[in-house]
Design a binder for this molecule. Sequence first.
Ligand SMILES: Nc1ncnc2c1ncn2[C@@H]1O[C@H](COP(=O)(O)OP(=O)(O)O)[C@@H](O)[C@H]1O
Ligand SMILES: [Mg+2]
Length: 248
Amino acid sequence: MERITKADDRVHRPAGPWTPTVHRLLAHLHEQGFVAAPEPIELDNTLETVSFVPGVAGEYPWTEDVASEAALVTSARMLRHYHDAAATFPLDEDADVWSQTPSTPVETVVHGDFAPYNCVYDGIAAVGIIDFDTAHPGPRVWDVASAVYRFAPFTTGAVEGANAPTLDARLSRAAEFCRAYGLDQASRSVLAPTMLASITALLTMLETEAAAGNPKFVSDLEHGHADLYRADAAYIEQHADDITRAVV
Ligand SMILES: Nc1ncnc2c1ncn2[C@@H]1O[C@H](COP(=O)(O)OP(=O)(O)O)[C@@H](O)[C@H]1O
Ligand SMILES: [Mg+2]
């Protein structure tokens, strides 16, 4: 059976210990008027049901629309609106369960995997944000850094060969994302190291979950994702000063 299924305007996904907290977050977003996220509908021990967000997810390989500057800019603005709405979520340290350890400073509830594949597009416009399994309290720059990694992109494996963007193109998309988000100066100065920290976190999660037998991560590991993350981290380290100069 498929892990994630769609029926009418609903999506059924596997639930985890963090899903009740995520459903409270999704309800809060809608109360704040942020309607680009799925609405929580139902939850039992194994499955969650949320509303289907109409549009097309930005899966690889990117379409021309998803690769466009407009898609980058509207995604960054959507991330800003999401963070602003999530910032007023009433945290309850005793009751909340997140899949990731909260990181400091806590400025909002970060999405944890903000990338084109977790955004939904209507043509060149980002209209939805899905897959909140990795949400957790943390600093805004955590999401912006991992988004820049995916959107610039500084992923070296996903778009290689003749279509690989030049370093200059990646740097200018990184700066454009920060501008459209409205990222503050202090966060910009730590963007490159935060990108590296987020890749380290991805590697740790991949290796821990695969070792525990989580089928999604076992498959990712078999497909060489750990080596890809290491290659990306090396590429970012090599160009960290260029990245900082481009965004500060
Ligand atoms: N609420 C939703 N609205 C629209 N599409 C969804 C929704 N949830 C999942 N999808 C679709 O299913 C795909 C995988 O779902 P996602 O929630 O990202 O899980 P995962 O990344 O863990 O596989 C998405 O890329 C998207 O195409
Ligand atoms: Mg996803």
